[in-house]
Unconditional design. Structure first.
Length: 138
């Protein structure tokens, strides 16, 4: 019955040393470091050398390079006849589709809407009521 505490002590010491030996791999996994697989391979294969363990730990403690996530947004909503960029004519491959129809008056709906607003004196924020009584008392 005297060997049970010794086995437990050796088991605890083995687990502690294994955790210390694999600490670069565990750190890389926990921090989601770049090239985690490389850290694990270097740690397992060259970690028994002190320099291999130091290199693996340095790789695990690296930070991710900051990337700029610029999103380009097209503020112009395409018209109903738009078929995508460089849409090809269905009957003749290689030929581009004709532009969308302009409507009854020869202008696109957006241009007609802008003309209508300009004729009525509306700006981007609604009717121009500067200097009138309606601007202060609706």
């Amino acid at each position: 019955m005297g060997y049970v505490p010794a086995v437990l002590a050796y088991t605890a010491l083995t687990l502690l040393l294994a955790a210390l030996y694999l600490s670069p791999s565990l750190t890389a996994i926990a921090r989601r470091a770049p090239d985690t697989a490389s850290v694990i391979v270097i740690n397992v294969l060259a970690g028994w050398l002190v320099i291999g363990w130091i290199i693996a730990m340095a790789m695990a403690l690296r930070t991710r390079p900051q990337r700029s996530h610029a999103q380009v947004v097209n503020p112009i909503f395409p018209g109903p006849g738009w078929r995508g960029p460089a849409a090809h004519h269905p009957e003749t491959p290689g030929r581009l589709c004709p532009p969308p129809p302009l409507g009854v008056h020869g202008k696109s709906p957006a241009v007609r809407r802008a003309d209508r607003h300009a004729k009525l004196g509306h700006g981007a924020a609604g009717p121009d009521t500067r200097g009138t009584r309606e601007a202060f008392h609706p």
